[in-house]
Design a protein. Structure first.
Length: 262
């Protein structure tokens, strides 16, 4: 949508008005000149002034052959344009009780949205002078970025002694499931509190037995008939139980810190 301010049509109402104004201005200028000359030259000037006035009247009676010189009227256009515009995405934080306290990881990437915006644009003599936004329509809503912030406190532990049950557990966790670093620390803290890594630990009130405190203890027979005296099948059973129920040792440790059991 646009409109233009155009020059007056020749012979039209506006054109005739402009020509009449030009003749009036010419007569006034002549009269002023005559008055000045009269003051300076007396009677001679008066006679000359009468002659000039007659000439001016004669000029006024003649049709104007040259249009008055005026500044060109500006050409103004008003148009409506549409343009796609990006909508920035937001970042949202969630608590991950299974990750180390203070750690962060992106669980969902953010994706910008898109909206269609109408603009009313004013153009003067081919130059844009104003752009006003109007109605907008969302074509695609933005997708938030989701960042998980860990809240799990994992106490540091001492290095495992060579040949100990802890050293065996650390090695099997790494070899069988790739668990090391924080996952090993979670496992170490969990079983240190459950049994102190003693393969003969027995809870008299519940009947739980061994390093992982299996209940009942004979569940561990699937990993070795000597489960009651051998830490190897106990650790293998315990690792499989954690992987199946909690996914990782830190998942089990998070549950333990909240419930005091796993």
């Amino acid at each position: 949508m646009s409109y233009r301010i155009l020059p007056p049509e020749p012979g039209g109402r506006r054109d005739r008005r402009l020509r009449a104004d030009a003749r009036t201005r010419a007569m006034r200028q002549v009269a002023v000149s005559v008055a000045l000359v009269s003051l300076a030259a007396g009677t001679f000037a008066s006679e000359q002034a009468e002659s000039l006035l007659r000439s001016a009247e004669a000029a006024e009676a003649l049709p104007a052959h040259i249009a008055p010189v005026e500044a060109a009227d500006p050409v103004v256009e008003v148009v409506v344009e549409s343009a796609e515009q990006e909508i920035p995405y937001s970042s949202v934080e969630t608590i991950d009780p299974g990750a180390r306290n203070g750690s962060t990881r992106v669980v969902q990437s953010g994706v910008p949205g898109v909206e269609l915006v109408n603009y009313t644009v004013t153009i003067v003599n081919g130059v844009e002078v104003e752009r006003q936004p109007g109605v907008s329509v969302i074509l695609q809503a933005p997708q938030d970025e989701i960042i998980a912030v860990g809240s799990l406190v994992i106490p540091e532990t001492t290095p495992a002694e060579q040949g100990s049950n802890r050293e065996l557990g650390q090695r099997l966790a790494s070899e069988l499931y790739g668990w090391s670093g924080d996952e090993w620390l979670c496992l170490d803290n969990l079983w240190s509190r459950e049994s102190g890594w003693r393969h003969t630990a027995h809870n008299r009130s519940t009947g739980a037995y061994g390093i992982p405190q299996a209940l009942p203890g004979d569940k561990m027979a699937a990993f070795g008939a000597d489960w009651a005296t051998n830490p190897d099948p106990q650790i293998r059973w315990g690792l499989a139980y954690i992987a199946g129920r909690y996914g990782t040792p830190c998942g089990a440790w998070s549950h333990f810190t909240a419930k005091r059991w796993y």
